[in-house]
Design a protein around this ligand. Structure first.
Ligand SMILES: [Zn+2]
Ligand SMILES: [Zn+2]
Length: 349
């Protein structure tokens, strides 16, 4: 992961706002994930794709786009390039530990998407997870690393960690290179993770959500904390309301003033945020997390972990398998790469 650490930060932010470094590990993690092509390459790597042709077959990306993303993810330290043929130089790409550690993030984004954004699939999530260790179908649950109890928005206290304020530049550095067509994220596979990223992967939307998790509710507070232009803020709040993440409540009549509160759906998204934060803290913060979390029910500092809803043991890339309408259990990768992209949609009929 040295590559990441030496890359950041490129330049100091032009402006500095008090709230900007909050949760910055999440911002950095999102920046990686919400590049549509990088996300899809990682997703296929989790499904077992290793060789260029396998990625190519399921994603159908232009050669140079795919090669660039594989290189980029290798530079970031998420994939490792390993020669598999000594004669002609042939490489395959395997998940590094940092890449494998993104698995809980993928799981929890998936669970959110399945719970709240499915809909189009007759009520069935596209993927059913099986925890191999207990053998049960399960859903991922965000839990406290100290007591293993579930964690929600109101259970957590915050204080600045050793890396506070040191790294806001990364989130500020550039706009997300997210592909403009949101549907592109679901290319090849219907995917609840992609649907979730479409909501939170936009930088300003993410920053607005982050402020709300810290208790910010009013328009002028968002503006002060984020230095966001009012038309952009209006747009993002409307968009989040449109997605059912926030609701507008009048708190004053004359003149009419509103504040924004989370819906249950918005509160549920919180788990994804702190799971991403854990990954960013571990791999992008050089051991200096910007923010420390304390779990009120057990009164211990903690990080978020993702556990099996059935047996409450941690879920990781090695102990979870998938059952899906689109790829059979145990054969996900092979099944997927043997089929042209268009077949995935055709199976719906
Ligand atoms: Zn706890
Ligand atoms: Zn289990």
């Amino acid at each position: 992961m040295a590559a990441i650490l030496t890359q950041a930060p490129a330049s100091p932010p032009a402006r500095s706002f008090p709230g900007i470094s909050r949760f910055c590990s999440v911002g950095r993690t999102l920046e990686i994930l919400s590049d549509a092509w990088s996300f899809m390459v990682l997703r296929e790597a989790f499904f077992g794709a290793r060789r260029y042709e396998q990625f190519q077959a399921v994603l159908g990306l232009p050669r140079t786009t795919l090669a660039k993303r594989l290189n980029h993810l290798t530079e970031l330290g998420l994939l490792q390039r390993i020669a598999y043929s000594s004669g002609a130089l042939r490489f395959e790409y395997r998940m590094s530990q940092a890449g494998l550690d993104l698995f809980p993030t993928m799981m929890v984004l998936l669970a959110f998407g399945d719970a709240w954004l499915g809909g189009s699939d007759k009520g069935r999530p596209p993927l059913q997870l099986i925890h191999k260790e207990c053998g049960h179908a399960c859903s991922p649950v965000v839990a406290c690393s100290a007591c293993n109890g579930s964690v929600d928005l109101h259970d957590v206290q915050y204080r600045s960690g050793p890396g506070a304020g040191s790294s806001a530049e990364v989130a500020e550095r550039k706009r997300s290179r997210r592909a403009s067509d949101p549907g592109v994220l679901e290319r090849g596979r219907p995917c609840s993770v992609a649907r979730t990223l479409q909501i939170i992967g936009d930088r300003w939307s993410f920053l607005v959500l982050r402020e709300m998790y810290f208790g910010v509710r009013r328009f002028d507070e968002f503006q002060t904390n984020l230095g966001i232009a009012s038309n952009i803020l209006t747009d993002r709040l409307q968009r989040l309301a449109g997605h059912g993440i926030v609701e507008r409540h009048a708190y004053q009549v004359r003149p009419e003033r509103f504040e924004y509160r989370f819906t249950p759906k918005g509160m549920d998204l919180y788990g994804s945020m702190i799971v991403m934060m854990r990954w960013g803290d571990k791999w992008l913060s050089a051991g200096r997390p910007p923010l420390l979390l304390r779990h009120r029910p057990c009164q211990h500092d903690f990080h978020a972990q993702v556990v099996c809803s059935h047996c409450r043991q941690p879920l990781d890339a090695h102990n979870v398998t998938y059952f899906t309408r689109y790829a059979l259990p145990g054969a996900a990768a092979t099944h997927a790469v043997e089929r042209p992209v268009s077949d995935f949609g055709a199976e719906e009929n």
